[in-house]
Design a protein around this ligand. Sequence first.
Ligand SMILES: N[C@@H]1[C@@H](O)[C@H](O)[C@@H](COP(=O)(O)O)O[C@@H]1O
Length: 243
Amino acid sequence: MKVIVTSNNDVAGKKAFELIKEEMDNGAKILGLATGSTPVAMYKYMVNSDVDFSNMTSVNLDEYVGAAPDDEQSYRHFMQVNLFDKKPFAKTFVPDGLAKDPEEETKRYNKVIADNPIDLQVLGLGRNGHIGFNEPGSPFDAETRKVPLTESTIEANARFFDNEEDVPKFAYSMGIGSILKSKKIVLMAFGTEKADAVKGMIEGPVTNECPASVLQQKDDVTVIVDTAAASKLADSSIDEKIN
Ligand SMILES: N[C@@H]1[C@@H](O)[C@H](O)[C@@H](COP(=O)(O)O)O[C@@H]1O
């Protein structure tokens, strides 16, 4: 695990974009993408670059169950607005929040992941250490499935909805087992509210109580955090600082 601390999330987004570009120069064709506020700066750098993504495929981590693609809070909508509408990809996959049969949808999405092995997976981090929507307690070998969201995640994501009651209670999420199959991982986390999760992920025991801690066992993981999210880390955990 390589840990980079940046002065702010814009610098982090630029660094993550550069890592994507580097992988594309090395032949990467399939990106695993994430939503949330964390990757927004990275998408801005992608959109404002002269990089051509029209031969690329993307596979997103998750989607709210019940969210229509054009719902403003759906992750499909987020991806269209922040990236795909401005930088077209050849193919983009996001779980279908409106799927009638959850079991069929998870099977379909597992086939999408198997058919499109991810070269580089971008991740954010939940305040409780979740990745995708793999909440504490999630098995490390899980594939895509329908998962209940924890109170902490519902509360954290309420800022995107008019009322907390409107936050969906379930999501489709790529499982940790599938995430670990990607060749490389870039995880970003910003702000003091992520500092405990960042510490657990990097310095804590590997336990599914902090799902992201499993990344300690994977090669080729780059963690990019701002100074606030890094505030509880020991100096010895930090490999590089970028201002
Ligand atoms: N399912 C998403 C995750 O994919 C995201 O990484 C995380 C952090 O969100 P944010 O980046 O808005 O802090 O929580 C959400 O619940």
